[in-house]
Design a protein around this ligand. Structure first.
Ligand SMILES: NC(=O)c1ccc[n+]([C@@H]2O[C@H](COP(=O)([O-])OP(=O)(O)OC[C@H]3O[C@@H](n4cnc5c(N)ncnc54)[C@H](OP(=O)(O)O)[C@@H]3O)[C@@H](O)[C@H]2O)c1
Length: 336
């Protein structure tokens, strides 16, 4: 990637963020962010990746308050157990637990799923929430994938496919299981480099983050098409939380961090406000059987036109099966 392309990607990402911030400010002045209305969910099970802080932790809190068994999947044991303890105490729900899952390692994801499956629990909600943003230098995951692509996208791709049979058994007509993938407005300015998904020909932290969020949208739509073809009682949805005051911004331009610090409480959503979109996608009764949608706040929005391109969805899916060494559920084979 040329310096010019990298600068262009950065400008586009900041412009997308600024547009969301302005819209949020207006919404806050006009009365704030709508709350999803969801019934209690006793006996139902949710897995939330990256549930140890930020939007993920707030999502776990809301699901626990609704009586769900919540499994926090994370890569930091100390933070995980701390989140488990504090959520149990805050919500009075003893069925909140931490389980180790490093999305930067295919082996760790497989071990997490194996351990989970040994317990014969259902999964009614999977929230693919964990993420990293704008890692300054190109870094690779344990399997040699570029960090944003590997953690934000491919790790969740593998996790979802490995849990698909359990999700399919857990859902039923009228009460679909749901896969919620947390994307971002940056997907609108993302580009998918199918011939260089790992950013080997030049790295831009902004382009890499936006690409990973774009990939999650393409993945969700293709997954929904597959589920529809199989008549599966599972829905796949995208949640866009908006711009939220979390530690995700640790690597961004210092000016943005200063704005976050000084004006964050007016311009940014709180983690709880950000989590409302994930909870809405996971549980809202009005979304029953209505997968394949992009949700912003508590309403549907159109994603980037490119995300509806079936051929692009298929191409990314096939590459992802190959990279993650997982069977393509559509063909029941691992693509060469
Ligand atoms: N904040 C925003 O404005 C915003 C906007 C749009 C979309 N989003 C999306 O929302 C999601 C949550 O972000 P956030 O703002 O809540 O950020 P955050 O506070 O930094 O939380 C990110 C979570 O992901 C976890 N994580 C990172 N790498 C992981 C790995 N290898 N394996 C397992 N877990 C890992 C983190 O755990 P550790 O810290 O222990 O690694 C943390 O729990 C992300 O997908 C992000 O892209 C956020």
């Amino acid at each position: 990637m040329s310096p010019w392309s990298a600068a262009r990607a950065a400008l586009r990402v900041y412009a997308a963020g600024a547009a969301v911030i302005l819209a949020q400010l207006l919404r806050r002045l006009l009365g704030g962010f709508a709350e999803p209305v969801c019934a209690r969910q006793p006996g139902r099970v949710a897995i939330v990746t990256g549930g140890t802080e930020g939007i993920g932790l707030a999502t776990c809190r809301r699901l626990a308050l609704l009586g769900m068994r919540v499994i926090i999947a994370g890569n930091d044991v100390t933070k995980g157990h701390q989140a488990e303890r504090s959520l149990r105490a805050e919500t009075g729900n003893p069925e909140v637990e931490f389980s180790y899952c490093d999305l930067a390692s295919m082996r760790s994801i497989r071990e997490f799923v194996l351990k989970f499956k040994e317990r014969n629990l259902p999964v009614h909600v999977l929230v693919n929430n964990a993420g990293v943003m704008m890692v300054p230098e190109r870094q690779e995951t344990a399997d040699g994938f570029e960090q944003h692509f590997g953690v934000n996208y491919l790790g969740h791709f593998l996790l979802t496919l490995l849990l698909l049979d359990t999700l399919e058994r857990s859902g039923r007509p009228g009460a679909h299981a749901r896969v919620v993938s947390v994307s971002s407005a940056t997907h609108y300015v993302g580009e998918l480099a199918l011939d260089d998904l790992q950013s080997r020909n030049g790295y831009s932290p902004h382009a890499a983050y936006a690409q990973s969020k774009l990939a999650l949208v393409l993945f969700t739509y293709h997954l929904q098409a597959l589920l529809d073809a199989r008549g599966s009682p599972v829905s796949a949805l995208v949640a866009d939380p908006g711009v939220v005051d979390t530690a995700l911004y640790r690597h961004v331009f210092w000016g943005t961090r200063l704005v976050q610090k000084l004006l964050g409480r007016w311009l940014f959503k709180t983690p709880d406000e950000g989590a409302r979109t994930s909870v809405f996608a996971a549980l809202a009764p009005e979304l029953e059987g209505a997968g394949g949608r992009y949700l912003y706040g508590v309403r549907e929005a159109r994603s980037l036109a490119l995300t509806y391109d079936r051929q692009l969805q298929r191409a990314l899916w096939a590459q992802s099966c190959r990279l993650a060494r997982v069977r393509d559920p559509a063909t029941d084979s691992i693509p060469e």
